[in-house]
Design a protein around this ligand. Structure first.
Ligand code: ADP
Ligand code: MG
Length: 585
């Protein structure tokens, strides 16, 4: 008879079973005759606490718990892209096809599609020495992505045979003989336990920005390729829109998007919207280079807890091929709540606001799996991780925000009041920061224009000054300000309205290349320079404020990329001309 333990207690998604001495923490078990999927969280003697990834209603003490003696793992191989999976990599699209919206219990579908036939093309030959991470061949997964088939990280030896062939992911494409003379069949897929990070040769310092085309991000708070960022913000402040914009526009080869739905139907929206998104790189669907992991609100919390590990493991797998991967988690607060619920059912001593004491270490374990690395196969690969955080009431003093802020290097703080004023993206320039700022500015100096960083430093300082000047205005009114200070306020207004504000839903404004960003900012800086000069020459502030060229600067963001240089020289000429014709006061 199959080895099993016996359930002694059921508490929602958590069950306790006895007779479990031979299992290990993080082993997968199958619960009851329904064979619900569970994972061992804790062992005490022969008692195991198990989190169950499916609805446990109707399960009770005395029922069996079957062992698999395998840790919770994902299948990695062709078929991940364009896929929509749940938190433990069950193919949601397949399940929906077979069973409708309600996921049947204990369903045993293969993670990767077995019907699909792939064309494997060998790039190594028999006799070649290979080790973990060596690319032995490729599969053209779709028109966007070339999937590289690698030796699993734990194997090395000599290829006894290898052949190009057509088959499903289980087809044996090569035989590897290890140092001990043991033969291993290599297939197009490999398995990896989600809670263990995939190895690499070494971590590299992030040196290059991940261009996003979002002006406030690239200019003021840039993120590096391989960097880590958090987007905290209250409900409705634009976290999801920012994440979608990054998925669409960020300089990444592969997108892994983990949705932990905030509202009841939000995940359904993602499932409907994502396949509609067009990939600006190729013109076809963005899904071609996307893996979507979805937790709908009718799924048990435990699956939500696993989803970020499933997501980051998939991201690591594509990184190992030498790709730039961007992973988004929306929202990590929902994930942390799942952790809290499991912890309280485990009757652990609660920490702050009921979260377990290990909240911080779990959050950092996730983000630390990001980074730019030299892979085992000697390629450069990167994972850039961006997590949304939704603190209740938008107050970032709560534990999830605090633990996240201690680890991330970029903080894009969304502000309710900016969102209320319809200033989008509502990234608050006074409280956001990027620790990559200096390095990224140097990179833009080299690649876009040597004047980039000077301009950005100036604008940054101006926005700080604006906040102070606004304080004075509040106390004594705008008339008390000198013309110089009023000009500062005016320039800051141009920066906010014409530069930082960016409409995600406008077909042109949705993305601005670094060059376009530079040109627009240089027009605003030039306006300020000419205006300062005019004030010194005793020209009236009111006339400067009313110059018609301001409107043309304001329209610049809607100018198509191919016309920006022509338009900017038009603006510069017109501006000079209008300043030249200002009357003395
Ligand atoms: P959250 O995920 O923080 O709850 P959403 O991302 O769903 O918030 O944004 C709420 C709404 O704000 C959107 O439906 C949209 O109308 C508006 N919005 C957010 N960001 C932008 C943007 N960059 N451009 C235009 N509108 C935006
Ligand atoms: Mg949202």
């Amino acid at each position: 008879m199959e080895k099993h333990g016996i359930i002694t207690k059921v508490s929602g998604p958590l069950i306790v079973a006895k007779g479990m001495a031979s299992v290990q923490v993080y082993d997968v078990v199958r619960v009851s005759e329904k064979r619900l999927i569970g994972e061992v969280l804790e062992l005490r003697g022969d008692l195991a606490s198990i989190q169950v990834y499916e609805e446990t209603a109707g399960i009770g003490p005395g029922e069996p718990v079957y062992f698999t003696n395998e840790p919770l793992s994902v299948e990695l191989g062709p078929g991940l892209l364009e896929g929509i999976f749940d938190g433990i990599e069950r193919p949601l699209d397949k399940i929906f096809d077979q069973a409708g919206a309600q996921i049947p219990l204990g369903i045993d579908l293969p993670r990767l599609n077995r019907e699909k036939i792939w064309k494997f093309e060998a790039t190594k030959k028999a006799g070649d020495k290979v080790s973990g991470g060596t690319v032995v061949g490729t599969v053209r997964e779709n028109e966007t992505v070339l999937h590289k088939i690698m030796v699993p990280p734990t194997l090395n030896g000599t290829l006894k045979s290898i052949q190009s062939l057509e088959g499903n992911v289980d087809a044996v494409i090569a035989v590897l003989v290890d140092d001990k003379g043991i033969e291993h069949n290599l297939t197009m897929k490999q398995n990896w336990p989600v809670r263990r990070k995939r190895p690499y040769t070494r971590k590299l310092p992030p040196t290059q920005p991940m261009v996003t085309g979002q002006r406030v991000i690239d200019t003021l708070f840039p993120i590096a390729i391989g960097g880590i960022a958090a987007i905290p913000g209250p409900f409705g402040s634009g976290k999801t829109v920012v994440q979608h914009q990054l998925a669409k526009w960020a300089d990444a080869d592969i997108i892994v998007y983990i949705g932990c739905g905030e509202r009841g139907n939000e995940m359904t929206d993602v499932l409907l919207e994502f396949p509609e998104l067009q990939d600006p790189r190729t013109g076809s669907s963005l899904m071609k280079r996307t893996v979507l992991i979805a937790n709908t609100s009718n799924m048990p919390v435990a699956a939500r807890e696993a989803s970020i590990y499933t997501g980051i493991t998939i991201a690591e797998y594509f990184r190992d091929m030498g790709y730039k991967v961007a992973i988004m988690a929306d929202s990590t607060s929902r994930w942390a709540e799942a952790l809290r619920e499991m912890s309280s059912r485990l009757e652990e001593i609660p920490g702050e606001e009921g979260y377990p004491a290990y909240l911080g270490s779990r959050i950092s374990e996730f983000y630390e799996r990001a980074g730019m690395v030299e892979t085992l196969g000697k390629e450069i690969g990167a994972i850039t991780a961006i997590g949304a955080v939704s603190p209740p009431g938008g107050d970032t003093s709560e534990p999830v925000s605090q633990a996240t802020l201690r680890i991330v290097k970029v903080f894009w703080g969304l502000s309710a009041s900016l969102a209320y004023r319809r200033h989008f993206p509502a990234i608050d320039w006074l409280k956001s920061y990027s620790l990559y700022y200096d390095d990224m500015l140097k990179f833009f100096d080299k690649t876009v224009n040597p004047g980039w960083s000077k301009q950005v430093h100036y604008v940054n300082a101006l926005l700080q000054e604006e906040a102070q000047l606004n304080e004075i205005v509040r106390l004594v009114g705008v008339d008390a300000l000198s013309a110089d200070d009023r000009l500062k306020l005016l320039t800051a207004q141009l920066v906010r309205e014409d530069y930082l504000h960016q409409n995600a839903f406008d077909s042109v404004d949705t993305y601005a290349s670094p060059k376009k960003q530079y040109l627009l900012l240089s027009a605003i800086v030039e306006f300020n320079r000419l205006a300062q000069k005019a004030l010194q020459e005793n020209k009236a502030y009111k006339d400067i404020e009313n110059l018609p060229v301001r409107e043309r600067i304001g329209r610049f963001k809607y100018v198509e990329e191919s016309k920006v240089e022509q338009e900017i020289s038009g603006i510069m000429t017109e501006m000079q001309d209008q300043f030249d014709h200002l009357e003395r006061a």
